[in-house]
Design a protein around this ligand. Structure first.
Ligand code: ADP
Ligand code: MG
Length: 253
């Protein structure tokens, strides 16, 4: 049965989408069957994984709001074994449209249950908020990955995220685990990065992944080509580290 992993942090620009796309693609590359689910209305994971938004007839919005089957929204990516449930801007309305609906927090969970057995991993790219979409992701998931950028104020906002995780654990999903905190965009030339690593490790201890993602230009170029890094430049440092992360994640369950 597939392990469902939400990549979440309500802060924008910390590397959620980069991690979702490239962890998903690298898990597929090492032979796992992976479904990448985009639940951010910006749809960056969708385009980053190579799905043209113009080719999307039905997306995760239709699943969440209109009970369309996940299977009917799935697109194939350029990476073998990596499928995608796309998001389009229509999803921006879902946060509000879901509010008065029945079982609004468990809609994604119910939808994913029907495809869970078809995959080894389902990776969910969350929007930069702690609203209903993120709650749906946390309620569906076995584990959470929290990307934290190696910058000033790295820990800011994390207590709010952790208390949301605890609320979901208490009321909606007892099995949810924080699999790990992922340090991203490390600039090894500065002392600041090292300080942030120490600070985050002091706070999260063994919950911090051994793999640390450095800044790598190739990682920031790849999305505009609609290619995960493993396709765009398999020899880059970015591809190396996301492959390392995929192996670390695969080891942990
Ligand atoms: P989020 O989904 O949390 O908003 P993104 O993954 O979209 O964050 O990353 C924000 C920006 O930083 C994007 O332009 C992305 O290409 C870039 N980026 C992310 N990770 C790296 C990295 N390791 N090295 C260089 N650029 C990165
Ligand atoms: Mg994003």
């Amino acid at each position: 049965m597939g392990r469902i992993i939400a990549v979440t942090n309500q802060k924008g620009g910390v590397g959620k989408t980069t991690t979702s796309v490239n962890l998903g693609a690298c898990l597929a590359y090492i032979g796992k069957k992976v479904l990448l689910v985009d639940i951010d209305p910006q749809g960056n994971a969708t385009s980053g994984a190579g799905v043209e938004k113009g080719d999307v007839q039905q997306c995760i919005y239709d699943v969440l709001v209109d009970d369309v089957e996940v299977k009917d929204t799935i697109k194939q990516s350029k990476v073998e074994n990596l499928d995608i449930v796309p998001a389009t801007i229509s999803l921006a309305g879902a946060e509000i449209e879901l509010v008065p609906t029945i079982s609004r927090e468990v809609r994604l969970k119910k939808a994913l249950e029907k495809v869970k057995d078809d995959y080894d991993y389902i990776v969910i790219d969350c929007p930069p908020s702690l609203g209903l979409l993120t709650i749906n992701a946390l309620t569906s998931s076995d584990a959470v990955i929290i990307p934290v950028q190696c910058e000033y104020y790295a820990l800011e906002g994390l207590s709010q995220l952790l208390s949301t995780v605890r609320l979901v654990q208490k009321h909606l999903n007892h099995d949810l685990m924080i699999d790990g905190v992922l340090l991203t965009m490390l600039d090894a030339r500065t002392n600041l990065g090292i300080q942030v690593i120490e600070e985050v490790k002091k706070y999260f201890q063994d919950k911090v992944y051994r793999t640390i993602i450095p800044r790598n230009v190739r990682l920031s170029e790849a999305p505009s080509h609609g290619e995960p890094i493993i396709i765009y430049d398999a020899k880059s440092r970015g591809a190396e580290v996301y492959l390392e992360l995929a192996k670390e994640v695969a080891m942990s369950g």
